[in-house]
Design a protein around this ligand. Structure first.
Ligand SMILES: [Zn+2]
Length: 244
């Protein structure tokens, strides 16, 4: 993997404008992995996908992440810093098993971890219950009770809850919780860190800044967009300094 170029940052922003966030994640990864089919990238587990996105972000903008949150108790706005290495839990050099098993209370399950295709499939679900049922149907590959095959719809809530815990245990990168505390009122809470949303926001800001530079330089010098975007940051900023 390598860092995203300026043209690629603008391309991702342009392409992702009207995409669902699930598809934006794939747009970012498909640029980082041009040799891989998008359909294959969609089969990465959610945690693997996020570990790759964290690495792409690290290569493109550096290892320090600047986060913002609002205290749910007093509304105080706070900034916090994170390092990519603090929240990257997956070792990307290690392949992950395709299937896992769960045995509990006479139930035997074979399942796989949720991937980007599953997230796309449940994106339109109206309730969490419907989404959970659909995700279970998709990810449970085999389901027996006392060695007799049953449908995944027949699984009791306690088994579904254990299944969900197991999935997260095997793919911890899929749900990163940050422990935050408010400096104003002392309230402590945990917040979900979503690399897809975080990186997309950063890329959008950067793309718009780049296009502003293109606008100024093209207007002043008459250069083409493609030539301005292929300049180094140092050279582009030098020319911008001359015309300001
Ligand atoms: Zn507070």
């Amino acid at each position: 993997m390598r860092s995203l170029s300026t043209s690629e940052i603008v391309y991702i922003w342009e392409t992702g404008q009207n995409q669902h966030w699930v598809d934006r994640a794939l747009t970012m990864l498909s640029i980082a992995y041009p040799d891989q089919l998008v359909s294959d990238l969609a089969l990465l587990s959610v945690g693997q996908r996020d570990a790759y996105l964290l690495t792409l972000r690290e290569l493109t903008f550096g290892s320090k992440l600047n986060g913002f949150a609002e205290c749910p108790k007093c509304g105080e706005k706070l900034e916090f810093d994170l390092n990519v290495s603090d929240i990257r839990l997956h070792d990307l050099t290690q392949p992950m098993p395709l299937n896992y098993t769960l045995e509990t209370d006479g139930f035997q399950l074979q399942f796989r971890l949720p991937n980007n295709q599953d997230l796309a499939a449940i994106a339109g679900c109206q309730t969490v219950e419907v989404a959970t049922t659909m995700l279970t149907q998709r990810c449970v590959l085999k389901c027996d009770r006392n060695n007799q095959p049953i449908s995944s719809d027949q699984l009791p809530a306690i088994v579904l809850s254990q299944l969900s815990e197991q999935m997260l245990e095997y793919d911890p990168q899929a749900e990163i919780q940050l422990a935050l505390s408010c400096p104003a009122c002392g309230h402590a809470w945990s917040a979900l860190f979503d690399i897809v949303d975080f990186f997309w926001t950063e890329l959008s800001v950067q793309a718009k800044l780049l296009l502003q530079d293109v606008h100024l330089l093209a207007r002043f010098y008459g250069w083409r967009e493609v030539d301005i975007l292929s300049m180094s940051e140092v050279r582009r900023q030098f020319y911008l300094g001359l015309i300001s």
